[in-house]
Design a protein around this ligand. Structure first.
Ligand code: H79
Length: 428
């Protein structure tokens, strides 16, 4: 088969511009809000059923991140090889990082006294990273937001009784107004990432596309910025599917059709800063999640939860530096890459990624086998030259036309500086 005739999957087209996104592959999620002070999960208001007055007495009145310096955050993201960032402009707690005209519940009114979002967007943009805004559809602070199955006050009869006086459509106006405020003030925003639509239960109705007026909202967003990418959580699929904290077992599909997708993941389980969480993933695991994602045609959005003083904690820096060390030499197997042609069979304990522009195939070796590695089948016909990506050292190989195999002898030891070694295979 000719190289041009092999099956390289292209995801279904979408309304927005995903061309940069499917090239860049790797982004930083940032979850930052008042919950950083509780330091025990961004859902603590919900999990602990904390009334707004108590939550605000503790956290709104004490929010003062004196060490906040977004230049350092942007450097850390860039050095890790990330190409875009998505920041929680507002999480479910309702607290706004920017100086919104529509609320007093915002960073400038805390002891910190300043807008947080503008310097962050400036810092990341100045380093060439693209900008995404996470925006919560849920709002556990807004007076017109009614109780639902995911609300912190769902067991509080007095609070629920007041739902009769709440006008949810006023909240939805607020949601629309703030979205448009963000998109015009920080134009052009590359991604808007809404979270999420709530299902009904036996006590409360859900909140979905009818309540959010999703269709109208999407129309208004595209009128300001036709290229923007919109996620899927307004209950209307747009530009990207967002599997959260799990790895799909193949290219993510909708009705059997492969689509643009991005897995979002945490370092340790929670998204907001969680001081005592001990479930931190290793650099090796995180890199394999990135490689796995690209090998299935997807992106990885990896989250950092900064502390209440405004820093990434040391555990996050440790992982980001480790990832960056690998990325410096191996980014070529990530950027511009996607799933390998379907006809290619991948050797055991390995993952392929493929760059259709340069026609190079990348073999990521999750283990280092003894003696040799063999690639067989269709791919063997196309091998022109092989090198180790980390140091461009030649890997000699022998082609056997009868078996349709390529044998690549391996040294006993893994090459230095390549914790997950990659063979760069030039195809003909
Ligand atoms: O922002 C991050 C999370 O805080 C947020 N999405 C990422 C990006 C998120 N976490 N969980 N969810 C979204 C959906 C979970 C919802 C619930 Fe529940 C679990 C609702 C019902 C079961 C909490 C637990 C409320 C009721 C039980």
């Amino acid at each position: 088969m000719k190289l041009e005739d092999l099956t390289v999957i292209k995801p279904a087209p979408t309304p927005g511009d995903t061309s940069w996104f499917t090239h860049d592959r790797f982004g930083m999620f940032i979850h930052w809000g008042l919950y950083a002070l509780g330091a025990r999960h961004e859902w603590l208001k919900n999990y602990e059923r904390i009334p707004t007055e108590i939550y605000d007495d503790k956290y709104f009145r004490h929010f003062d991140p004196d060490l906040y310096n977004p230049e350092l955050w942007a450097d850390a993201a860039k050095d890790a090889g990330m190409k875009y960032f998505i920041i929680t402009t507002k999480h479910h707690e309702g607290f706004c990082l920017w100086d919104s005209a529509y609320t007093d519940y915002k960073a400038p009114n805390t002891p910190y006294g300043k807008d947080i979002l503008t310097p962050m967007v400036d810092a990341f943009r100045s380093r060439g990273l693209r900008t995404g805004f996470y925006h919560s559809l849920l709002d556990w602070h807004h007076p017109d937001y009614t109780v639902d199955a995911c609300h912190p006050m769902r067991d509080n009869a007095d609070y629920i009784a007041k739902d009769a006086e709440r006008d949810l459509s006023r909240y939805v106006d607020y949601l629309h107004n703030q979205t448009m405020e963000l998109l015009t003030r920080y134009d052009p925003v590359d991604i808007i990432w809404f979270d999420f639509s709530v299902g009904p239960n036996d006590r409360f109705p859900g909140k979905g596309k009818e309540v959010w007026r999703s269709e109208e909202l999407i129309e208004k967003i595209r009128a300001v910025n036709p290229k923007i990418m919109i996620d899927d959580r307004l209950q209307i699929d747009q530009d990207v599917k967002t599997p959260e904290q799990y790895m799909p077992d193949g290219w993510y599909k909708v009705n059997g059709v492969p689509v643009v997708w991005e897995g979002c993941h945490t370092f340790s389980g929670s998204w907001g800063y969680y001081r005592d969480e001990q479930s931190w993933k290793s650099v090796d695991q995180l890199l394999k999640m990135l490689i796995d994602s690209v090998s299935m045609g997807g992106n990885l959005l990896l989250n950092v939860g900064p502390t209440g003083r405004g820093e990434f904690d040391e555990r996050a820096y440790d992982r980001l530096r480790g990832i960056g060390k690998w990325m410096r030499r191996h980014a070529r197997s990530i950027y511009g890459c996607t799933q390998a042609p379907l006809e290619f069979e991948c050797p055991r304990d390995c993952r392929y990624t493929y760059n259709p522009e340069t026609k190079r195939l990348y073999l990521h070796m999750y283990s280092w086998p003894f003696g040799k590695i063999r690639i067989s089948g269709e791919v063997a016909e196309h091998v022109e030259y092989i090198q180790i990506l980390s140091d461009a050292s030649e890997m000699r190989f022998s082609y056997n036309a009868e078996n349709r195999t390529v044998d690549i002898p391996l040294p006993i030891y893994k090459p230095l500086g390549a914790d997950i070694p990659v063979l760069e295979i030039y195809l003909k």
